[in-house]
Design a protein around this ligand. Structure first.
Ligand code: GDP
Ligand code: IMO
Ligand code: MG
Length: 431
């Protein structure tokens, strides 16, 4: 059985932590989309790691990790992440495989990302991480991208140079800085040398793993509501962050995706712009931000915070086919009483069925709330479901009832050990 771990909200649900726990039970941990816009945090034994591009599973010494064809790889970010890991005693050599079909993210993509945001003007900005993700995927879709297999060719530097010159002309026409071609080519050729030994045919590698019935854990980045097709377009990322991206981004058949574990916080957060119906711009929002340390793991931006949104969660269940929930950060709700859950949306006097496609409609909806009692006792590190206050148990049951998905895991603190596994998603009879 393989398992895909996907974000059920707008990212930062605690996927890194959940993946770190499940990685112990897997053979391969595979990133299938996104790039170093992700920030996945793992805390273990008082140490904190934040992974952006390399799968979180790398922190488990014996595990094999794959960066799949669907990922966009910034060689500079890759090289600095490898250095960070090595400096902290984690060696990815011999157990990290990067797809030769993955696309390169080059410095001018970052430049274009910033420039496009500036050109959008106030009120229309997406609030991207400015890592160059959108422009790199745009090059892939418009068939002008360079892939990692190009690094293995003797004319790699000439190809980078050609592409830099093309983009430089475009940047100048848009009013941006021209590309410093010599500097960029030199930087990229250097960083590509770090990347080179990791590049291989990961499609065949994973097919062989599937044939041997090895366990694959797919590590989603971002979240369903940031998915290019199903998220709150245009305030989304440029890849399929939901489970539908797994097969295309890892190169395995859809029938092998296996079980889908959705990760959700006991409340909601969002970084960047775009509609967010349950957002709280008051003391409760501030309490969630401070108690939950809701500041971006990639950009350090304060995250917008709000109540749990069961309408959005039901939509995530539908889009991903979520089999089990992992509910995280319940301890952050310890001081709140009552707690509110959004159970419906009202739009211009009528109740909406489903999650609207139009972000302007979503921005106008009024959430319909249900109130449940809080528990007002610390739950950080509670080791079993039965030891939780009855109100916490009821809150979890309510989320499961409203979304029609059983509870697989709960998280009550950032440490690896602050996790309770109720149903092992890898086991055949977990549903
Ligand atoms: P990801 O992008 O989905 O991997 O999530 P991030 O790592 O960006 O953000 C999650 C943050 O919450 C990190 O700082 C984690 O250390 C922290 N975290 C994860 N689970 C819990 C939890 O159950 N309780 C608390 N208090 N913090 C948690
Ligand atoms: P993890 O994997 C939260 C958001 C950005 C912006 C939008 C587009 O840590 O959950 P992009 O740079 O991708 O073009 O930005 O998506 N975003 C994330 N928000 N967590 C993430 O990743 C995110 N990756 C991108 O803030 O709103
Ligand atoms: Mg994150």
């Amino acid at each position: 059985m393989n398992v895909a771990v996907v974000g059920g909200q707008w990212g930062d649900e605690g996927k890194g932590k959940i993946i770190d726990v499940l990685a112990e039970r897997a053979d391969y941990i595979v990133r299938y989309q996104g790039g170093n816009n992700a920030g996945h945090t793992v805390k273990t034994g008082g140490e904190k790691f934040v992974l952006h591009l390399i799968p979180t599973g790398i922190l488990r010494p014996e595990k094999k990790c794959v960066i799949g064809n669907g990922v966009v790889v910034d060689p500079l970010a890759f090289s600095s992440e490898v250095n960070m890991l090595r400096s902290r005693g984690v060696d990815p050599a011999g157990r990290l495989y990067v797809s030769d079909r993955a696309h390169l993210l080059l410095p001018f993509h970052r430049e274009l990302d910033g420039l496009r945001e500036r050109l959008r003007g106030e009120g229309r900005k997406i609030g991207t991480t400015r890592r160059g993700i959108g422009p790199a995927y745009a090059d892939k879709a418009s068939r002008s991208g360079l892939r990692l297999c190009a690094i293995l060719r003797s004319d790699f530097s000439r190809r980078v140079e050609e592409r830099c010159r093309e983009v430089s002309r475009m940047l100048q026409a848009l009013g941006g800085e021209s590309v410093n071609v010599e500097k960029t080519v030199a930087e990229i050729v250097d960083a590509a040398e770090v990347l080179r030994p990791f590049i291989c045919d990961t499609v065949t590698l994973l097919h062989d793993a599937v044939r041997r019935h090895e366990r694959i854990l797919f590590e989603g980045a971002q979240g369903t509501l940031l998915d290019l097709d199903f998220g709150t377009y245009p305030f989304v990322t440029s890849s399929n962050a939901s489970a539908c991206g797994v097969a295309a981004g890892a190169g395995i058949p859809p029938s092998q995706v296996g079980r889908v574990l959705g990760v959700i916080k006991g409340y909601t957060t969002r970084v960047g712009e775009g509609p967010f119906p349950t957002e709280l711009n008051d003391d409760t929002g501030t309490l969630l931000r401070e108690d939950g340390h809701e500041y971006g793991a990639t950009t350090g931006r304060p995250r917008r915070c709000g109540w749990f949104d069961a309408v959005a969660a039901r939509y995530a269940v539908m889009v991903n086919g979520i089999d089990l929930w992992a509910v995280t950060k319940l301890d952050v709700l310890d001081r709140l009483d009552p707690i509110r859950i959004c159970v419906g949306y009202e739009y211009r006097g009528r109740r909406l069925e489903g999650f609207p496609a139009d972000s302007e409609v979503l921005a106008e909806v009024t959430p319909i709330y249900e109130e449940v009692p809080g528990w007002r006792v610390p739950t950080r590190g509670v080791g079993s479901f039965d030891d939780l206050p009855s109100q916490t148990q009821d809150y979890l049951w309510r989320i499961c009832r409203l979304t029609g998905v059983p509870l697989g895991m709960i998280s009550l603190g950032p440490e690896r050990t602050d996790t309770v596994v109720l149903k092992d998603p890898f086991s055949e009879d977990a549903k």
